[in-house]
Design a protein around this ligand. Structure first.
Ligand code: HEM
Ligand SMILES: *[C@@H]1O[C@H](CO)[C@@H](O)[C@H](O)[C@H]1NC(C)=O
Length: 326
């Protein structure tokens, strides 16, 4: 009996060593990374996001977009949160990003509860999950243990997917981050089931698609005049319109039906129709007799996106303020 106990003890020491080796090599995130060091971490983020979304429901989409823009430049390391002169935030592709103050509020609460423990990168990944859950989307477990990067560069952010790029360029940008075509469809369409765009991103698609004063032929012919009247030529570029037409605040599969029927608002969403595999992925969620669940698969894709280029173990740092390196 004693021997057995010693054996299990030795085994757990062994497991502990393994865990430490993995952690210090900086490879893997884990579920509940803060369950010992800051058990209230996830709850604090959830509560902060909930309060912010209650005050202004546009915040949910802002947080989701923020996490995508974090992960696609320098990995999910909170670099998008750094407010520096030549940092990512200044890149044109990051125009309109918002929600930074929500992350900063959660961070300052956590700094008083468990100083120096919870990274800004993790707060952002958790906040994106909470934003989706609060929009009637899936509520999923987010592996944590990300460390904060110390570097943010405007030029690196120039490589973000652009709304007017052709499908081949968009898919290759996602592939370069280890995301499959299915992930690309799930993340793009899933991301755009909530939120809005500024008219700023619309003119090419509506008024000069191929440079001959034409519009995107993928647009439904009844929908085109509607979009044109919302974003008239020379109109207010800051005016905002729903990405998922008539379903802007609820996470649902409506966006897929919209894209398949020519009601995509963003050009990059419409481009999903230009790839047969992408189209099949979309149809698998809304076609007759489908069994796949858009919400559950989106959640899995979010977890994969949340793993891109993460810093763990002794890499990076735990920032005290999310907008500044220590
Ligand atoms: C091909 C890839 C993508 C392109 C070109 C793209 C482009 C855009 C553009 C131009 C906007 C409007 C921004 C504004 O005016 O504020 C937008 C909004 C948004 N995007 Fe994407 N996006 C892409 C993928 C994603 C992904 C992967 C996600 C998250 C999983 C995402 C989440 C969002 C959200 C939630 C909004 C609404 C933001 C708000 O309401 O403030 N996008 N996207
Ligand atoms: C339309 O696009 C063409 C080619 O990209 C460009 O030369 C022209 O200036 C554009 N017209 C307007 C009104 O923006």
């Amino acid at each position: 009996m004693l021997c057995f106990r010693l054996q299990t003890f030795a085994l757990s020491i062994f497991q502990l060593c393994l865990l430490l080796i993995v952690a210090s090599n900086g490879q893997q995130l884990q579920f509940g990374f803060y369950s010992q060091s800051c058990p209230i971490a996830e709850m604090t983020v959830r509560l902060t996001v909930q309060q912010a979304v209650q005050a202004d429901r546009a915040v949910a989409a802002q947080l989701l977009r923020l996490s995508f823009h974090d992960c696609f430049v320098e990995g999910c390391d909170g670099s998008i949160l750094l407010n520096t002169q030549d940092g990512e935030r200044q890149a044109p592709g990051n125009a309109g990003l918002a929600g930074f103050n929500v992350i900063e509020t959660a961070k300052s609460r956590l700094e008083s509860l468990c100083p120096g423990v919870v990274s800004c990168a993790d707060i952002l990944a958790l906040a994106a999950r909470d934003a989706v859950a609060l929009s009637n989307g899936p509520d999923y477990a987010v592996p944590t243990g990300r460390r904060d990067g110390r570097f943010s560069s405007r030029t690196l952010a120039n490589n973000l997917p652009d709304v007017n790029e052709p499908i081949e360029v968009l898919t290759s940008k996602f592939r370069a981050k280890g995301m499959s075509i299915k992930d690309f469809v799930l993340l793009s369409a899933g991301g755009h089931t909530i939120g809005t765009t500024a008219c700023f991103f619309m003119p090419k698609r509506l008024y000069n698609f191929t440079g001959r004063s034409d519009s995107d032929p993928a647009l439904n012919q009844q929908f085109l005049p509607q979009l044109k009247s919302v974003c008239p030529p020379g109109g207010n570029v800051d005016h905002r319109l729903a990405l998922d037409w008539s379903s802007a605040f609820i996470f649902d599969d409506h966006i897929l039906r919209n894209i398949l029927n020519g009601f995509a608002v963003l050009a990059s969403d419409a481009r999903l129709m230009d790839d047969r595999r992408a189209r099949r992925v979309m149809e698998s969620y809304v076609g007759g007799g489908q069994t796949a669940s858009f919400g559950a698969d989106f959640a899995e894709a979010m977890v994969r996106m949340g793993n891109i280029g993460v810093k763990t173990g002794s890499q990076g740092e735990i920032r005290q303020i999310c907008s500044q390196v220590n």
